[in-house]
Structure formats: C-alpha cells, structure tokens
Design a protein around this ligand. Structure first.
Ligand code: AMP
Ligand code: FE
Ligand code: FE
Ligand code: ZN
Length: 280
C-alpha cells in the first residue's frame, strides 16, 4: 500500500514533516508522497529522515489554480529528478500572493470586529498560513464555535470577509509543472463537477492542456466514484494516481494510507506506472 496525497503542517496538515514520514514508516507504507499546498517545505524537511527510515518518499505539490473562473487544485509529482530551480522560484512567487491575501484578510476581519494579529497567524500557520489557520484562530478565540462556522460566516468564497488570492490559471499550472520536470494530475475530480458529462468534458480539456494523471483513489471516493474515474482515465489515456489527502487533526476521520474507516488502499503498481511513464 502507498499514499500519494498527504499534507504536513507546512501547509494545512497538523503533523510536522518528520512525524509524517515516521508514521508512514511505522505502518509500513511502501511509498509516501508529500503534496503540501503551494510549498515544498514539508518535503524538503522530511527527505533526509525518510531515507534514514528506508521510506520511499516522493516529491509532490498541490497547487491552487483557476479553471473556468473557479479554484481547482492541481497535483504535481516530481518522480525522476526533483523540481527545477525555475519551478521552485515560481512557487516562491506564488507564496507572496498568499501573504498579500492574508494581510488583506486580517484587515477585512478587523473591519468586522474580529481581531487577529499577524503574530497569531504566524504562530498557528508557520511560514505559509492559509484560511484553515484563520479558522482555527477564530474558533480558539471564541468568535465562532467550529471551523466550519468560521468558513460559513467569514472565510468561504461566499462569506463576509473573503479576500481573493491571485492564482495561476490551470493551464499555467500544468505548463509550469511539466517544464519543471513534473507530472500533473487532477486531485479529487468530483470537486470539478459531480455531473459525469460535465466532468468528462472538463477533464478532456485539461488533458489537451497537458494533464497526465487523474486521482482515481481518494478518501472521499465511493466505489462508484472510483469506478467512474477509472473509466475516465482509460478513455482519456490518463495515468491513475491516488492517496488519502491526509491532513492530521484538520481532517480527523482521514487516516494516513487507509482513508476513512479503512476503506482506501492504493496499490504500489500506481507508483511503478508513474515512474515508468516518466522515465523516458
Ligand atoms: P487557502 O488556500 O488559504 O485559501 O485555503 C483553502 C483551504 O481552506 C482549502 O484547501 C480547504 O481546506 C479550506 N476550505 C476552503 N473553503 C472551505 C469551506 N467552505 N469549508 C471548509 N473548509 C474550506
Ligand atoms: Fe488542504
Ligand atoms: Fe485538494
Ligand atoms: Zn490535498
């Protein structure tokens, strides 16, 4: 069993990178990819521990992009060599847009009487805080009674304090990942559309932009979902990827490797295939 979709506390997970690779080694995962949102900091910190533990660690990233006006995630896997210096520099530039958004969000919250300081945000979110960290602070300070309420009332795209962040287009994300030495895959495809026809048409367009994989295995997928995404992969000639989307205590029901209620199992052949198709 492998897990090709996980987050550390360098993005919105709660385990520090070394804890994540240690947990993966303890449960004898055959391979683990760290796919933090818009950062390699977690992977970079975990790499030496993983090799000491004999864990096969894959370098990944999950980008936030814009597709047809909506925010859509995009996975990048760097299976042969690591990402190029150019790609790393581009990711650093993306992070600036997040810091700008965070400052705007602090101001807008303040205008509604919700006081969060830059220091609190740094305490909670480390080098690259996101909205989940804002949500946790809002709950901790008693402005809301749950993370979900924080999103519903303040942070969601439809909520009072939403501040948009500059995001690259989906097309640019794919182009950058590809020229940076990576393979681009669409995570949790059901979030693009639950309507099969619409999804198939969208994924067809993504494939034409250079998408090479689709996440068939994911904690949120029912058996029927998995079956449908597998047929999409076959019809559109996309490679299969898969993982739990483990976030630690941010998503407490999702276990590393095995997903929700132990229902997930991503076979090792998925990674062997990805390595094979990127080896020439
Ligand atoms: P950010 O990248 O900082 O804009 O934060 C995006 C993250 O916030 C997503 O990956 C989700 O984990 C979380 N998120 C966004 N919208 C919602 C929502 N309506 N309810 C719960 N979590 C959300
Ligand atoms: Fe996340
Ligand atoms: Fe995602
Ligand atoms: Zn994810």
């Amino acid at each position: 069993m492998i897990d090709l979709h996980t987050h550390t506390d360098e993005s919105d997970g709660t385990l520090i990178p070394v804890e994540l690779v240690t947990a993966a080694a303890q449960m004898s995962l055959e391979a683990l990819a760290i796919t933090d949102h818009d950062t390699f900091a977690g992977y970079d910190q975990a790499a030496s521990s993983a090799s000491e533990l004999g864990l096969d660690l894959v370098c990944g990233i999950e980008l936030s992009t814009k597709f047809r006006g909506r925010s859509v995630h995009l996975l990048g896997y760097f299976l042969q060599n690591g990402p190029t210096e150019d790609f790393r520099n581009w990711v650093t530039a993306l992070q600036q847009a997040r810091h700008v958004r965070n400052r705007g969000l602090i101001e807008r919250l303040a205008s509604k009487g919700v006081q969060i300081t830059a220091e609190e945000l740094k305490q909670r979110g480390g080098t690259l805080p996101g909205r989940p960290h804002f949500a946790a602070i809002l709950a901790q300070k008693g402005y809301v009674s749950s993370i979900q309420q924080a999103f519903d009332e303040y942070l969601d795209e439809s909520a009072a304090c939403y501040v948009a962040r500059e995001e690259p287009s989906f097309a640019e994300g794919i182009a950058r990942i590809t020229s940076g030495g990576g393979l681009a895959s669409l995570p949790h495809p059901g979030r693009v559309s639950r309507q099969h026809g619409v999804l198939e048409e969208s994924v067809g367009e993504m494939r034409d932009l250079g998408l090479r994989g689709i996440e068939v295995y994911h904690s949120d997928h029912s058996a029927e979902d998995q079956c449908f995404y597998e047929s999409l992969a076959r019809n559109l000639d996309l490679a299969i990827t898969g993982g739990s989307d483990f976030h630690g205590e941010t998503k407490p029901r999702v276990a590393l490797g095995t997903g929700i209620d132990g229902k997930l199992s991503v076979p090792r052949s998925v990674l062997d295939n990805l390595r094979q198709i990127t080896s020439f």
